[in-house]
Design a protein. Structure first.
Length: 309
């Protein structure tokens, strides 16, 4: 039988002073109450209650058991209350698995969330790969590479496009590509976690999709590493537009092949379960959606520097 129900019944019998009163309080029959008490005594091999026709009292063993049961049931109530509070009010630790290109985009959300919910601590782990959320203990992932696991819940935050670009210093030395095929003669730095591998995607104005093979002397799984290489004139970069928006505005980087559209990816929030999301997760996601909805201009800002190509 259910030991928790056994203990609850026993405590109610002692507190109410009888089997009938306990049965009424628990909304069960008197015979069911008797069955629970007998089950405990049989399992323990001790007598817990002294019974008369008009009164019950605990034996010495029964008093010890009663006090332990009261403590255990109180701890269970506390545990359930704590779990419900985690569900209803953000608290605890929020563990995020974040794509290496994303931190600058979600930093405002993280700062706002911790100010609104001081009982929550955030742990961010950045990876180029999609983590196993359940096995590795993450509450939420924010990724830019499509996720193959169909059992996960995926909610789209935003779309973003890419831009091929380089520093004026580079173009002064190597010239400006006029067509995607010209990239074969240029040092094109490679993002090793790109879904296009060692190709850059361009879409011809007439609708043709071009996957252009590229090569270069720097390969990294960090878009920031490639950005710094581009800023120092090392080579060309095929970058998420949001990553280099400020550089394009200032002229530190210059876009090329602008008559061609580029590939697009999405930013997704990913979590393992749809039901009973903890408040810390649902509240953080609410802020994420608000941020990307209200600040969506970053996804497709026009370049302020003069385009090359």
């Amino acid at each position: 039988m259910d030991r928790m129900l056994d203990m609850t019944t026993f405590v109610k019998v002692v507190d109410s002073g009888g089997f009938s009163a306990a049965a009424r309080a628990l909304n069960m029959s008197a015979s069911a109450v008797t069955t629970h008490i007998q089950a405990i005594e049989d399992r323990l091999g001790v007598r817990l209650l002294n019974r008369t026709t008009r009164h019950i009292s605990t034996t010495e063993a029964g008093q010890v058991f009663y006090e332990s049961c009261v403590h255990i049931l109180a701890e269970v109530d506390n545990a359930e209350r704590a779990a419900q509070e985690l569900q209803s009010k953000p608290r605890g630790t929020l563990r995020l698995n974040v794509d290496v290109a994303i931190p600058r985009l979600i930093a405002p959300v993280v700062a706002q969330f911790t100010m609104l919910h001081p009982d929550v601590s955030i742990v961010i782990t950045m990876t180029g790969r999609m983590a196993d959320l359940v096995e590795e203990g993450f509450d939420l992932a924010i990724r830019v590479i499509p996720v193959p696991d169909s059992s996960l819940i995926i909610r789209r935050l935003a779309h973003f496009s890419f831009v091929a670009c380089g520093a004026p210093e580079y173009f002064a030395r190597r010239g400006i590509p006029e067509q995607p095929t010209d990239l074969a003669n240029h040092n094109c730095m490679i993002y090793s976690d790109s879904p296009w591998r060692k190709e850059w995607e361009f879409i011809d104005p007439d609708g043709g999709d071009l996957l252009v093979p590229i090569s270069g002397n720097l390969q990294a799984n960090s878009s920031d590493a490639l950005r710094f290489g581009a800023l120092h004139g090392q080579g060309l970069m095929y970058a998420p537009r949001f990553l280099v928006a400020d550089d394009l505005k200032s002229g530190r980087l210059v876009p090329i092949l602008t008559k061609f559209r580029t590939g697009e990816l999405t930013i997704d929030a990913i979590y393992p379960h749809r039901r009973h999301l903890p408040a810390k997760v649902s509240s953080f996601m609410d802020l994420l959606f608000k941020h990307f909805r209200e600040d969506a201009a970053w996804t497709d800002q026009p370049d302020q520097a003069s385009p090359a190509g």
